[in-house]
Design a protein around this ligand. Structure first.
Ligand code: G3P
Ligand code: CA
Length: 255
């Protein structure tokens, strides 16, 4: 591998995707504690609304892949989810891990021994008719974070509707428009960052430059291979989202 010519590799932010999820079951407290210990600059989490209106950190619509239960998150109460095992699928040593409330993740980040950000992705917001965004902003307000003043919490979505709703409720919150397939850049002001996936960037490296030319900062997900880190550096990517925060942070710091 060639050494990156970029001198500012240390300035590239590293966000832990679902925590240190290469090693630990995703979205669990253990995964996030490991990511904080690993030096992640921020923690990525997906949030969904339970049947009783609680925000939980779960990626999939259903619980089968990451728990020992069956069902749809939005049709289950928090108590039903809390009774499930969210660790055993990743290995016996992780058995006993519970579903994580977004508010508990927030408290974990706020009480870390250094500044750790949160990049919160809303999942399937249109189905929840705005309730998810309202609950997210309510929780952030409770902690004095909804005005976005310190930039610690960012909101992300593939849904333009979700970002527009969040912008109406909390115009100061930094937001990230995630891009899966489309190459049409999002419009500011409600998307200060654009977030293409690494597959898209590999296929169309010029996309990063086109987004930056629009005045957007660029974060790429999910970057676990060093060759892809190098590509991101060459293209001037600002932020990398990875399942392996320790390895990627160390690699960047050593350049
Ligand atoms: O951080 C963005 C990335 O997480 C989007 O994809 O499916 O992992 O939520 P997904
Ligand atoms: Ca996500």
């Amino acid at each position: 591998m060639t050494q990156s010519p970029l001198r500012t590799a240390r300035d590239v932010r590293v966000i832990a995707h679902r925590g240190a999820s290469h090693e630990h079951p995703e979205h669990t407290l253990a995964a996030y504690r490991q990511a904080i210990a690993d030096g992640a600059d921020a923690l990525e989490c997906d949030v969904r609304l339970t049947a009783d209106g609680r925000l939980v950190c779960v990626h999939d619509r259903r619980v089968e892949r990451t728990s020992d239960g069956r069902g749809t998150v939005s049709a289950m109460t928090y108590a039903e989810l809390a009774a499930l095992d969210f660790g055993g699928w990743k290995g016996e040593q992780h058995r006993g891990a519970q579903v994580l409330l977004f508010e508990d993740l927030l408290k974990e980040a706020l009480t870390a021994d250094r500044r750790v950000g949160l990049a919160v992705e809303t999942k399937h917001p249109s189905r929840a008719g705005g309730r998810l965004e309202a609950e997210l902003v309510r929780v952030l307000k409770d902690h004095g974070l909804a005005d976005g003043a310190d930039g610690r919490v960012e909101v992300m979505s593939f849904s333009r509707t979700a970002l527009q709703r969040l912008h109406r409720l909390a115009p100061g919150l930094p937001s990230v428009y995630l891009i899966e397939r489309a190459v049409r850049p999002p419009r500011p002001p409600f998307a200060g960052h654009a977030g293409p996936g690494i597959d898209l960037v590999r296929r169309d490296p010029g996309l990063v430059g086109r987004l930056k030319a629009k005045g957007l900062r660029v974060r790429v997900w999910t970057v676990d291979e060093l060759d892809d880190v190098e590509l991101c550096l060459r293209l001037g990517v600002d932020t990398i989202i990875t399942n392996r925060p320790r390895e990627i942070r160390r690699y960047l710091d050593a350049l």
